[in-house]
Design a protein. Structure first.
Length: 379
């Protein structure tokens, strides 16, 4: 009996300490991972979090290319996709669906976690808010939206453009594996405001590129305050409905209903491809300009401080002979645009050890571009 009392007492102390020191989110993390047979965040965890609806109204199915699914993928592509636990692989060429394939029980209707592909979507919403005059200038300071940042050293200078270009100077360790780092607190915690507003700034904004989820989350707070509605509903009105998305999607939120703008849109591969096609078409859909071309060009222009690998929400590879740029999410979520070949490539899945040796970009993205273009270049 004494031993049991010690165990219970020790557990109570541990729980109390976790709450006192701000690590209570760990209990949520454990319940959503290890108790579900997972070791980390995963592409199917959307149903475990509160979420806002991204509604569509009149779905438009992709027009099929005459060669739709006529070519089998070569062994090297199949091996790579299977090795990386791919859920979906979709190829769009000349505005038509050319190939789609699914593995491990996933299908056309399967919604999976975008992870950080949502960063580019958040920047798109910034562009729309600028276009509509809800935000006056991309160089507006974040402290204009939240007064408490006026007293933060360096933070009182950070602009929306700094946040979008990952040049904010935020004190944020982008570590996905360590449960005590800010990414885990933002992902599993109950308050995004507590997770990101508590962070300080370590240097003057605009001086250095550093990829940080916290920067995009701050950007999301500013955009949401400016538009005075949920980001999910704004995304629905401005993009999801006009693009004729095939399914409603969901965006994970915290307990206050704030979207996790650095991640966590849950949609299917076919609809992700429509976001890519929008960029190939320079912001137009059905001859309607959904997003300003100047802003799109700003998103896909690599910055000097990132050493030409990042624009605003988009990763860029102009080193490769086949130039491309893309939405990128944890575990190998890609929406890749290949302008020269009028091609969109979407890959979703669970590549937990995705190597990033290509100047900080995942090798797989370049491999898929080169091999897919080779396979379909005569189509």
């Amino acid at each position: 009996m004494k031993a049991l009392k010690y165990i219970i007492g020790g557990a109570a102390i541990t729980v109390a300490a976790a709450y006192i020191f701000g690590y209570d989110y760990l209990f949520s993390g454990i319940s959503k991972t290890y108790l579900k047979g997972k070791t980390s965040a995963n592409i199917d965890d959307g149903k475990l979090f509160p979420r806002n609806l991204i509604a569509t109204e009149e779905p438009k199915l992709w027009e099929e290319d005459p060669e739709y699914n006529q070519k089998e993928l070569p062994e090297n592509i199949v091996e790579d996709l299977k090795h990386s636990h791919t859920a979906a692989f979709v190829v769009i060429k000349n505005g038509k669906i050319l190939h789609e394939q699914y593995w491990d029980g996933y299908n056309q209707l399967s919604k999976t976690n975008s992870f950080s592909m949502a960063k580019a979507v958040t920047v798109m919403l910034l562009g729309k808010a600028l276009e509509e005059g809800k935000i006056e200038n991309i160089d507006a300071q974040f402290s204009d939206f939240y007064d408490e940042f006026k007293t933060k050293e360096f933070g009182n200078h950070v602009t929306l453009k700094n946040l979008a270009q990952m040049e904010a100077g935020l004190d944020w360790d982008e570590d996905y594996a360590n449960p005590f780092r800010p990414n885990a607190k933002a992902y599993y915690g109950r308050s995004l405001k507590k997770a990101v507003f508590s962070r300080n700034f370590k240097e003057e904004p605009g001086q250095r590129y550093e990829y940080q989820s916290g920067s995009t989350q701050l950007l999301g707070f500013a955009v949401r305050k400016a538009i005075n509605q949920s980001l999910a509903s704004y995304l629905s009105e401005k993009f999801w409905i006009p693009l004729g998305m095939e399914q409603n999607a969901e965006w994970s939120v915290d307990d206050s209903g704030m979207e996790k703008t650095y991640c966590c849109i849950h949609s299917n591969a076919r609809d992700y491809a429509k976001l890519g096609q929008l960029f190939l078409d320079d912001g137009k859909a059905d001859d309607v300009q959904l997003l300003n071309l100047d802003f799109i060009n700003l998103m896909r222009t690599p910055t000097q401080k990132s050493k030409e690998i990042y624009g605003m929400g988009l990763w860029i590879n102009h080193d490769n002979p086949i130039k491309h740029y893309y939405f990128l999410g944890l575990q190998g979520q890609y929406i890749i645009m290949v302008p020269e070949h009028d091609m969109v490539i979407v890959r979703t899945g669970s590549y937990s050890n995705n190597p990033k040796n290509d100047r900080g970009r995942p090798d797989q993205a370049k491999f898929l571009v080169n091999e897919t273009v080779k396979l379909f270049q005569t189509t």
